[in-house]
Design a protein around this ligand. Structure first.
Ligand code: TXA
Ligand code: MG
Length: 347
């Protein structure tokens, strides 16, 4: 059973960090907070330790991991080519919710990269994560600390629910601030390409890079750009993503709710504060994730909302879309994947 240890997010206690780092160095698993979601960490240069991550998560081995570093100086030892662009992005956005995909050096074990010639690297903006990486003295391989296919954990409690019986230690620094995973940017393509929209917006990247490509979901093909399996980030309930804006959106929310409640389903709605009055009279479970134009709040609350609806035992979740500006793109991506293709246009 994992031990959960509280740790101050701003001033992590050195003895606690030392203990966690010792577990990492010894090949164990430590769940730790980042600014995006909690990660499940192991020594990124130790293939046996990394194998434990895949086992604990029940994650397919063709889904590569991110190496977390605490200093840009660690990059040259891990990557074969360091384009000036990578350094520029690092200067601008690290530590932060940006993951860069670059050509890997042989020192990076194949199990980390799922055999790919590239490696994903990120410097997280969380004092606990940075202290742990420094104390461990090794890059920390860490996927989100959830079982494969489930929503990523934004609290230590979520980690406990998914992995408590399978890992050594959980560092609990409270809820994460961003709430969706990092943006994964592939710098090995002719045009920098977002493989996964996330906590750093496309607009922020474009302010430095000019136009970037976003990997279209279709392009991901049958053997998806790793990790981008069709149904992912999913609650237990079936999720339907509803596109569009009011009033059409509200009409559709009501119609679809009626349809499923008539079929005997327990329906949950994941909506904005502004949508509440439009559905107030319906016999459904409602979770509002924030004001519709406050995407930071919506992103921060998104995964907790999905877990809350699961706890209320709904069998169908109807989630509204939040547009494609800023964090909206990441929110849409996660909801689309949770929907596994069940997307309805509400005008
Ligand atoms: O915010 C985050 O990124 C969190 C925290 C813990 O840092 N981590 C995270 O890791 O979300 P994970 O393993 O759940 O997602 C990593 C994503 C996957 O979609 C994976 O396919 C992609 O990064 N990835 C990793 N290495 C890659 C590579 N060499 N080429 C392309 N994609 C890669
Ligand atoms: Mg994940």
């Amino acid at each position: 059973m994992a031990q959960i240890v509280r740790i101050d997010p701003q001033n992590p206690s050195p003895p606690t960090i030392a203990r966690a780092a010792e577990i990492i160095r010894a090949g164990g698993l430590v769940a730790f907070p980042t600014e995006t979601v909690y990660g499940l960490g192991a020594d990124g240069l130790n293939p046996v330790a990394v194998a434990r991550i895949f086992e604990a998560k029940e994650r397919p081995s063709e889904d590569p991991l991110i190496l977390h570093i605490a200093d840009t100086d660690a990059l040259p030892s891990l990557v074969r080519e360091l384009p000036p662009l990578a350094l520029e992005l690092g200067r601008r956005f690290w530590p932060g919710p940006l993951t860069l995909v670059l050509p890997k050096k042989p020192v990076v074990p194949d199990i980390v990269t799922a055999g790919l010639p590239t490696v994903a690297v990120r410097m997280p903006a969380h004092p606990v994560a940075l202290a742990l990486i420094r104390a461990a003295g090794t890059p920390i391989a860490a996927p989100s600390a959830n079982r494969f296919g489930r929503t990523s954990p934004t609290t230590a409690q979520h980690v406990w629910e998914d992995l408590g019986d399978r890992i050594d230690l959980i560092l609990d620094a409270g809820p994460t601030s961003i709430g969706v995973e990092s943006t994964v940017l592939d710098l090995t393509r002719p045009v920098p390409t977002i493989l996964r929209p996330g906590g750093l917006s496309r607009e922020a990247l474009e302010s430095v890079l000019g136009p970037v490509a976003v990997l279209a979901r279709m392009e991901r093909g049958p053997m998806p750009a790793p990790g981008l399996f069709p149904k992912h980030y999913a609650p237990r309930a079936e999720l339907i993503l509803l596109m569009g804006s009011p009033p059409g959106l509200h009409r559709s929310l009501r119609e679809i709710s009626h349809h499923y409640t008539a079929e005997g389903h327990c329906v949950g709605l994941l909506i904005a504060e502004e949508d509440r009055s439009a559905v107030a009279d319906l016999p459904v479970e409602v979770v509002a994730v924030g004001p519709e134009d406050d995407l930071e709040t919506v992103a921060r609350n998104l995964y907790q909302a999905l877990r809350t609806l699961d706890e209320r035992d709904v069998s169908v979740i109807i989630a509204r879309d939040f547009g494609s500006q800023g964090l909206g793109l990441a929110i849409r991506d996660r909801l689309m994947r949770a929907a596994g293709g069940r997307v309805i246009s509400g005008e």
